[in-house]
Design a protein around this ligand. Structure first.
Ligand code: 6R9
Length: 567
């Protein structure tokens, strides 16, 4: 059988029940992701297998077996349950990539509560809007992030518990704060797992759109089915693999493929929480003899820039399979990886909303550098005409990437935002919001997003959120935020600002405005360039035309400006 045949083979007679069968997933059994990722693996005889190799700043190392993560999940779950946290309560995880982050994820799910992971670099305002929207009841955090939580807790009436996992007794805890130390708590060997059903909510990830506040993407425990199977077939994880997913669990890649996928398969994974440097990353692969590596184009471009001679200083022969997600993977990056590791990075396309990989260069399939590959077996994908929303028949024509709803890990709703959820469907198709073409062999070629959302280094930034933060500064009259091209991150955030009367544009004011919004936004959303303008281009109805500013930055044709306001 040729390699190409494997993909064909998988597609033929595909049913999601393949995964249900392997997972012994049926009513009457425990259907809880927390249990699947730890207890079940132990029951399968792998209690002493390593689940996690962790390395933090300063070279701190910790190792956990599947039995360790099972017990730690129980201990955290039991602690939360004793506080009165119950099923479907929202519990936010606001931590760096320390072991407690991964272990709390299991603990929260085990008691049937909903995990709300948020990136620890978020500023207090970004944190506030997400906690307020979810009416979050508890937040688990670290001392170093406590000051941000303290600034907003009084405006969050639903937030009852602020749990600090690394509290030192010399510091005073304040209102709502509770210390919890995993190492000092009596280990809970057996916990009654909450009997979640397939459709019980599990994870609530926030994602940014062009307008309005970020939306909470609600997933359910049944998502496991597609996360398990895509991890197995696309990331190609096998029993003896040592796997490294470089994503932070504040984003969907870090939970679907940084926790649920590998652990439900009983695979050993590594976590490095020590920032980025080419030497540190290669050294990590070398030290742990990593075999499967799932990363992102911005990181790959940074590694390319660091120089090929750095690669040569490490033994990276262990690498067996490479995959990438989050932004367009340029063909140069694929060709580079073939040169350096003798293997291509396999692109994977998916979203917070899809919960699992949708389009991919399937292992063994011919990789076309620059293409995202084909739909995963069981996924029906097409391109829709942007006007009629009918599937496009002609090869090579650009359209909107759309999927037929119904795969297991599809979002079930946007939290408290039925209207926005409904907008995602047209003619029975789920609209991804991205544009692509498809070639004669069925390969997707990414073109761009269909909205104003900025994808900087794989992180989606809503121009609205940055503009709102800017508008809070007393000197700012109006603002418009667009993407600007960047060699490493592909796109960075650029802000155009008009000032209120009495204020003059100068470098001091720019610095002051930047310092002002730095407290509100995540570092990733911070503008890398600012331009003061006398006025912003607007439509006759008064809407700021970001499209014109975008075209200016990218040196593109401006296109139809018939709606532009006259002087
Ligand atoms: C998993 C994740 C989703 C958006 C998506 C698209 C972009 C993701 C991509 C890609 C080109 C790829 N995107 N994978 N663009 N090629 N292989 O990233 O989820 O944070 O929700 O972002 O990212 O624009 O719509 P999320």
């Amino acid at each position: 059988m040729s390699n190409f045949g494997l993909y064909e083979e998988r597609i033929r007679d595909f049913k999601w029940s393949i995964a249900e069968k392997e997972l012994e997933y049926s009513n009457g059994n425990i259907l809880n992701i927390g249990w699947y990722c730890s207890d079940r693996i132990c029951l399968k005889g792998k209690a002493e297998k390593i689940a996690l190799y962790y390395e933090g700043f300063g070279g701190i190392k910790k190792t956990f077996t599947f039995n360790d993560i099972r017990i730690a999940g129980n201990t955290i779950g039991s602690f939360l349950r004793n506080l009165g946290i119950k099923d479907e309560d929202r519990v936010c995880l606001f931590m760096d990539r320390i072991p407690e982050l991964y272990l709390s994820f299991l603990g929260v799910l085990k008691i049937g509560a909903i995990v709300q992971p948020l990136f620890s670099a978020f500023g207090e305002e970004s944190l506030f809007v997400r906690l307020e929207n979810a009416q979050t009841r508890a937040i688990i955090t670290q001392s170093r992030h406590l000051s941000k939580v303290r600034m907003i807790r009084d405006r969050l009436p639903h937030l009852e518990f602020i749990i600090v996992v690394d509290h030192v007794v010399t510091k005073k805890l304040e209102n709502k704060e509770i210390a919890f130390s995993l190492s000092d708590s009596p280990p809970v060997g057996n916990l009654e797992i909450f009997p979640t059903k397939a459709e019980s909510p599990s994870v609530l990830h926030y994602t940014s759109g062009t307008t309005g506040q970020p939306k909470g993407v609600k997933h359910v425990h049944y998502s496991l089915i597609s996360q398990y199977l895509t991890t197995k077939w696309v990331l190609d994880l096998q029993e003896n693999d040592i796997y490294w997913c470089t994503a932070d669990p504040g984003w969907v890649t870090g939970t679907s493929y940084g926790i649920i996928g590998p652990w439900s398969l009983g695979i050993t994974q590594c976590v490095l929480d020590a920032g980025f440097s080419a030497h540190a990353w290669y050294r990590f692969i070398d030290d742990y003899q990593i075999t499967v590596w799932y990363s992102a184009p911005t990181a790959i471009r940074s590694l390319m820039k660091a120089g090929d001679e750095v690669v040569a200083q490490y033994n990276l022969k262990s690498i067996r399979h490479l995959a990438s997600v989050g932004e367009p993977l340029n063909s140069e990056a694929v060709l580079w990886s073939i040169k350096m590791f003798d293997k291509p990075f396999h692109d994977t396309f998916w979203q917070t909303e899809t919960g699992c990989i949708m389009i991919t260069n399937f292992p063994g399939m011919k990789v076309k550098p620059g293409s995202m590959g084909k739909t995963f077996p069981g996924i029906t994908g097409t391109l829709l005409d942007p006007v009629t929303y009918e599937p496009i028949k002609e090869t090579g024509k650009v359209g909107l990437i759309a999927f037929q709803p119904g795969w297991p890990s599809m979002m079930r709703s946007y939290w408290n935002n039925e209207e926005k959820y409904r907008e995602k469907f047209k003619n029975g198709w789920y609209l991804s919001g991205d544009r692509s073409s498809i070639d004669a062999e069925g390969y997707f070629w990414f073109i761009g997003r269909d909205d104003d959302v900025i994808n900087t280094g794989g992180h989606l930034v809503s121009p609205f959120e940055v503009e709102s933060a800017l508008l809070e500064h007393p000197a700012v009259a109006e603002s418009a935020v667009v993407a600007k091209p960047d060699e490493i991150n592909m796109e960075v955030v650029k802000a155009f600002i008009t000032l209120k009367p009495g204020f003059n544009a100068n470098p001091d004011l720019e610095l002051e405005i930047m310092n002002f919004i730095r407290k509100k936004l995540s570092p990733l959303a911070m503008p890398q360039a600012v331009e003061f303008m006398d006025k912003l281009p607007k439509t006759r109805s008064g809407k700021i035309m970001r499209r014109l500013l975008h075209a200016k930055e990218w040196g593109e044709e401006i296109g139809d400006i018939s709606t532009l306001e006259n002087d």
